[in-house]
Design a protein around this ligand. Structure first.
Ligand code: HEC
Length: 120
């Protein structure tokens, strides 16, 4: 009986370490969008969520998102990256495929464009 109680508490304790997403783990205030770098922030976000489809020899929608120029062009296009990442959960045309990227990453991309979408 004692062991069972320990196991139950153990499971509860382990569960408390699992978070749904980055925001609930770090808190929204830790999302620093004052200075966003293409190299350090934007490029890693796009390559981890988008390039698997928008890259290679036959990029989806014939839209390659691999180089700065390609990402710049789509990010500053009215119907481009920002439009896609801002779509709500459940929208069948949402990028990528079926999930929304973490809010902080969306905020960073928006801030980067507002800051001039520099190759910094
Ligand atoms: C699972 C594959 C997949 C992933 C991952 C993916 N896309 Fe797409 N994307 C597509 C397909 C397929 C289309 C064309 C169909 C459509 O418009 O929904 C498309 C279309 C687009 C378009 C419109 C292009 C046009 O000319 O109309 C944009 C912009 C876009 N994606 C951006 C992104 C961004 C930004 C990401 C990463 C956050 C991303 N996609 C991730 C498959 C993907």
């Amino acid at each position: 009986m004692k062991n069972l109680i320990f196991i139950i508490f153990g499971i509860l304790f382990l569960n408390s370490c699992i978070y749904d997403n980055e925001e609930s783990l770090y808190g929204i205030s830790d999302c620093d969008i004052n200075y966003v770098s293409y190299e350090m922030d934007i490029s890693p976000i796009i390559s981890s969520h988008c390039t698997m489809c928008h890259g290679g020899s036959f990029p989806a929608a014939e839209l390659a998102l691999e180089t700065y120029d390609q990402i710049y062009q789509s990010a500053t296009d009215y119907d481009g990256i920002i439009d896609r990442i801002s779509r709500s959960e459940g929208d069948p045309s949402m990028m990528p495929g079926s999930y929304r990227i973490p809010q902080c990453q969306i905020d960073k991309i928006v801030a980067w464009v507002e800051q001039g979408a520099l190759n910094n």
